[in-house]
Design a protein around this ligand. Structure first.
Ligand code: BG6
Length: 508
């Protein structure tokens, strides 16, 4: 059975970067793999002076993010024929009746049965305006078909703005029609966290405070802020990565087993997990448990790069963090007293995202001469790249006595050679087309994440004790970030380009 009904995908902000880099390549891949419904069309909308033909050229035929191969040449052309364009004129805040007529005409010619997805790939400040104008033109009403709204991140700037945005969108759309994208949820390996935990009987019995010493999550990037300095400088790593992608990963690690795999059952547990994070409000606690840093000029992957403050669009005196490391606790039965260490940064030695579960050392030490790091087991869930799972366990070093060494048990997704792994946007678009919201963030989920993040942002912005540490581009952040981790432990710094530089300095 074809689960994907005929439909029209309407993209606002169609001349933007996201449409070209992610949405069109994802749609083309779905088309190539025969996942799109037989009756399907895309209508791009923006304020650029273009028409169907020029938009097809730009978004599909000459899109360098859709790799040209001999095999797909004909397919590109036939896919381009499903793509249309509507020029909204000078502003998004106009009467949408002409747009409504265009949608109605396409619905008829493409036989899309009144099923519409509106994808907002515009600055978030336009979300409410677009929703209001769609509503005024009668485009939010479901007439025989269905209507869905997909919104991109960032979803709000803090708790108050996220809450207001939820209210604004819910004026025109039911919550069940709203799909908030977090592209990390579209990654196979992030979804696999659920499967690792709940489809195996060997991990779940250990997945609690009795056996886990601490949890470490790293999401490092080697790139700087690229050409997004303006946006990033008013956002920072905490808002850009931690509030959404990393807290989504945290919620999947922390959550209780859902009753079943229905979207609402999974989302209910994720919200409960986020609500159980202990919110830090006391400045002393915030100072002790959070570290922010900013990259200085240095070498990254053999290339000399400028510091953050020299990036285009960035305030030369900016204190915005490009590195954020947070230690926190989860107040519930399962996780009481287990520290979580989560960090994210730009201009690190390598691009890597992983979850490391550190198990406690055995309760009774028999092989006393082994180093402590040779005693604890680790489960490493590699989100990207080299997607896979690694279990580290102790084995006897051959020879006399009982010397213990670390051995690895590893699984790589690439070993499943016959399975094509869908890109995050492919998976998420297909899910929304099929009305499956499991991998989309719900209103209360987004707000619960902001509730945890808001006091940290405020502390960093307002408290004179909240310093920003500098770190050279290409190293694993400020050295004192290791001090965050209790005991004899440090961050696991994976990847090839490790460096033992830099120490740290405080920038004023
Ligand atoms: C985006 C952030 O949401 O995620 C970017 O805005 C970041 O700053 C990107 O680079 C990372 O995504 P991925 O999939 O490359 O890890």
């Amino acid at each position: 059975m074809d689960k994907t009904s005929p439909q029209l995908l309407i993209i606002f902000g169609a001349s933007g970067d996201l449409t070209e880099r992610k949405l069109m390549p994802a749609l083309f891949s779905l088309y190539q793999a025969n996942h799109l419904p037989k009756k399907f069309a895309v209508l791009g909308i923006s304020r650029s002076d273009a028409d169907d033909a020029s938009f097809r050229e730009q978004a599909v035929l000459k899109n360098k993010h859709i790799p040209e191969t001999i095999k797909n040449h004909g397919l590109r052309k036939s896919f381009a024929e499903l793509v249309f364009y509507f020029d909204l004129g000078d502003s998004y805040d106009v009467d949408y009746s002409a747009l409504r007529d265009r949608i109605a005409a396409l619905n008829k010619s493409q036989k899309t049965e009144g099923n519409f997805i509106f994808y907002l790939s515009t600055p978030p400040s336009l979300y409410e305006t677009i929703a209001r104008n769609l509503n005024a033109a009668g485009l939010t009403t479901e007439n025989g078909g269905w209507t869905r709204l997909i919104v991109e991140k960032p979803f709000g700037y803090d708790l108050a703005s996220a809450h207001q945005l939820n209210l604004n969108l819910q004026k025109y759309f039911q919550e069940s029609q709203i799909y908030r994208i977090d592209h990390y949820l579209g990654k196979e390996t992030v979804q696999n966290l659920l499967v690792t935990r709940f489809a195996n009987s060997i991990f779940e019995p250990l997945w609690n405070r009795n056996y886990i010493r601490h949890v470490e999550i790293t999401s490092a990037e080697s790139v700087g802020v690229e050409n997004r300095g303006g946006y990033y400088d008013s956002s920072g790593a905490l808002r850009d990565m931690f509030q959404n992608h990393l807290l989504q990963i945290v919620s999947l690690v922390v959550m209780e087993p859902p009753i079943g795999s229905e979207p609402e059952e999974i989302r209910n547990e994720k919200v409960k997990a986020l609500k159980s994070l202990r919110i830090m409000r006391d400045p002393e606690i915030l100072n002790k448990n959070t570290i922010r840093g900013q990259y200085l000029a240095g070498e990254c992957n053999g290339e000399t790069v400028v510091g953050y403050r020299q990036e285009k669009g960035v305030d030369p005196n900016s204190k915005t963090e490009t590195y954020a490391a947070i230690k926190f606790y989860v107040d519930n039965w399962r996780w009481a007293d287990v520290p979580f260490y989560v960090r994210t940064a730009k201009r690190m030695p390598t691009k890597v995202t992983e979850v490391v579960i550190h198990f406690k050392t055995p309760h009774h030490q028999i092989f006393k001469n082994s180093l402590v790091q040779n005693k604890d087991n680790k489960l490493i869930i590699r989100i990207q790249p080299n997607e896979g799972i690694l279990v580290k366990f102790g084995v006897k070093v051959p020879g006399q006595g009982f010397e213990v060494a670390r051995a690895n048990l590893d699984f790589y997704y690439s070993d499943l050679a016959d399975q094509k792994i869908m890109e995050a946007y492919e998976r998420l678009l297909l899910d929304a087309m099929q009305g499956d919201a499991t991998l989309y963030a719900r209103a209360d989920e987004v707000e619960a994440a902001w509730e945890f993040v808001d006091p940290i942002v405020e502390f960093w912005q307002k408290d004179p004790h909240a310093v920003t540490f500098g770190y050279s581009a290409g190293v694993w952040g400020p050295k004192n970030a290791d001090d965050l981790i209790e005991g004899n432990y440090t961050w696991r710094n994976p990847g090839e380009h490790l460096t033992d530089d830099p120490g740290f300095c405080v920038i004023t």
